[in-house]
Design a protein around this ligand. Structure first.
Ligand code: EPU
Length: 341
């Protein structure tokens, strides 16, 4: 049995049948048989029970600074962008810190997001007005079922809100070995997010520090309190639904999208459904951000599931809106949908 307690930031005590730490793409040349799960830092997963298969843990390291390119990605010694190829097992926050030391910016709004570089494209992780997919030029992966290498351009990854091709059927057997970013050498602060608008940032590092402070104010540190960040995705709704909500709540946070729909804040919905800071046994929602489900110590997987179901039912009762998990759910035989748990 392979102990997964240090491979899931919910800090749940769960086991897999076997575990393999992958440190180079060549470790995946042999096609894999039997059920498997690919893990980075385990910061966006919930194991609902022990897993009867092999867990492949991405620990491929290395950061290579490549050539300078222009805005379109074409090699150009005078270009104001640079290509950076990174091993999928590198921690995203360590990468951001290192890049800033080299005068390379762009990712600072994603500071302190727990997780690895290889996992980040799968959910297209985003925070404070920036999504990682915007900066991805190329992804190298291994298909664990065939052992073959696959290379995808950023465009081919079909990045969307907390999604990408890697979550689509037929593509989930790809183990991301390297990500090549195209990053700016000139700092242009991205301050669209409400908590950043009032500040002036002369240096990328100052923006990084502000983002870290914001995250620390709102989100529990998984080192001390088990959690997987936002548990649910923010739901997209029609203008009509927003209009109805505004009749009851003038100040409802909603973000207009280019297709005419609106993104609502799941944390706000949970809060208004009186589920912020609640505790059911050893599981609860975070007092400063209701969207985060926390393990208060020694929680069991089924307790986390029960609380998540309770919260979504309360939101459904109050707003007739469905919340769908942002975290990926894994059971005995592999990935599960929300309806299966
Ligand atoms: N809100 C409440 N009560 C709460 C939580 C939020 O009223 O308990 C309100 C806030 O006041 C704000 C709105 O809801 O008006 C949105 O809250 P927040 O700015 O904290 O952002 P979010 O939409 O809840 C998203 C991401 C986070 C990311 C932040 C900042 C998702 C599912 N979550 O949260 O990502 O850090 O924006 O950009 O999109 C993660 O994915 O794990 C994650 C933490």
């Amino acid at each position: 049995m392979f102990d997964l307690s240090s491979y899931n930031t919910f800090n749940l005590t769960v086991y897999a049948q076997a575990g393999r730490v992958i440190t180079a793409p060549e470790d995946l040349t042999q096609p894999l048989g039997g059920p498997y799960i690919i893990l980075g830092a385990g910061s966006d997963v919930l194991f609902t029970e022990d897993f009867a298969g092999t867990v492949l843990i991405n620990r491929i390291g290395g950061i290579e600074l490549g050539s300078k390119v222009d805005e379109r990605g074409a090699p150009n010694d005078l270009g104001d962008h640079i290509l950076v190829r990174v091993g999928g097992g590198v921690l995203l926050d360590e990468l951001i810190d290192y890049l800033l030391d080299q005068g390379i910016c762009g990712l600072e709004n994603l500071s302190l997001i727990p997780g690895t570089v290889g996992a980040a494209p799968i959910q297209n992780v985003g925070a404070y007005g920036v999504e990682i997919g915007t900066f991805i030029a190329q992804i190298e992966a291994r298909d664990v079922l065939s052992g073959k290498q696959v290379i995808l351009s950023g465009e081919q990854c079909r990045f969307g809100y907390r999604t990408s091709i890697f979550k689509e059927q037929g593509w989930s057997s790809l183990f991301i070995t390297h990500v090549t970013f195209k990053l700016p050498l000139k700092f242009t602060p991205k301050v669209n997010y409400a908590g950043l608008q009032s500040c002036e940032f002369k240096q990328a590092r100052a923006l990084r520090e502000r983002v870290i402070a914001l995250r620390n104010e709102k989100l529990p540190n998984p080192k001390y309190v088990g959690n997987a960040g936002s548990f649910f995705k923010n739901p997209y709704v029609s203008a009509q639904v927003v209009a109805q909500l505004k009749e009851r709540y003038e100040q409802v946070p909603c973000y207009p999208q280019s297709d005419g729909s609106f993104k609502l804040a799941a944390g706000w919905l949970i809060d208004k459904a009186n589920c912020r800071g609640i505790k059911h046994g050893q599981v609860g929602t975070w007092g400063n951000q209701a969207l985060v489900i926390v393990n208060l110590g020694g929680a069991k997987p089924h307790e986390v599931v029960a609380l998540a179901k309770y919260v979504s039912a309360e939101v459904q009762n109050k707003f007739a809106l469905d919340l769908v998990p942002e975290v990926r759910l894994y059971g005995k035989h592999g990935e599960l949908s929300w309806d299966q748990i």
